[in-house]
Write a protein that binds this ligand. Structure first.
Ligand SMILES: [Cu+2]
Ligand SMILES: [Zn+2]
Length: 170
């Protein structure tokens, strides 16, 4: 590669990153304060892409949502508030009046306690304005004990909150 070509590519890389927007993350902790995984949030068309990776959680399906307050106080994590819902909808992808912007498909955890999922929080944004995950109260990602039925308001009967992580602005 010539020196000229190298300098052009060095300039081009930061521009591409800026166009996609920087990612944000949340460190997920359980009721005992132990680290059980991470979530990464990246701007995408029509919303925010959420990538979750967990370990040491009970096997099975778990409801997972973005909640409306950036506060994870163990052991119950009720401090994280209700589901993130900037457009005043009801809960669940299968609810005719849904869904909350913070509603995500269930996370499946294997027998080894590990799980991985990628989904889009439609109508959410990492920028300012309606749907911003960084409004005055911020937001948190919460994992529940039970599966989300994706229709019962307000939380899909997904039971206790077993892990929580504040979505970090920086
Ligand atoms: Cu939830
Ligand atoms: Zn919901």
């Amino acid at each position: 590669m010539t020196i000229r070509a190298l300098s052009v590519s060095l300039i081009a890389i930061p521009l591409v990153v800026a166009a996609a927007g920087p990612s944000r993350k949340a460190v997920l902790k359980n009721a005992e304060g132990k680290d059980v995984g991470t979530a990464t949030f990246t701007p995408t068309k029509g919303g925010v892409k959420v990538q979750v990776q967990v370990a040491n959680l009970p096997p099975g399906k778990h409801g997972i949502h973005i909640h409306a307050v950036a506060k994870c106080e163990p052991p119950e994590f009720t401090s994280a508030g209700a589901h993130f819902n900037p457009s005043a909808k009801k809960h669940g992808a299968h609810n005719p009046e849904g869904a909350h912007a913070g509603d995500l498909p269930n996370l499946t955890v294997g027998k080894n306690g590990k799980g991985k999922a990628t989904a889009t929080a439609k109508g959410a944004t990492l920028s300012e304005g309606e749907g911003s995950l960084f409004g005055p109260d911020g937001t948190a990602l919460v994992i529940h004990a039970d599966p989300d039925d994706e229709k019962t308001d307000p939380a899909g009967n997904s039971g206790a909150r077993i892990a929580c992580g504040v979505i970090e602005k920086k």
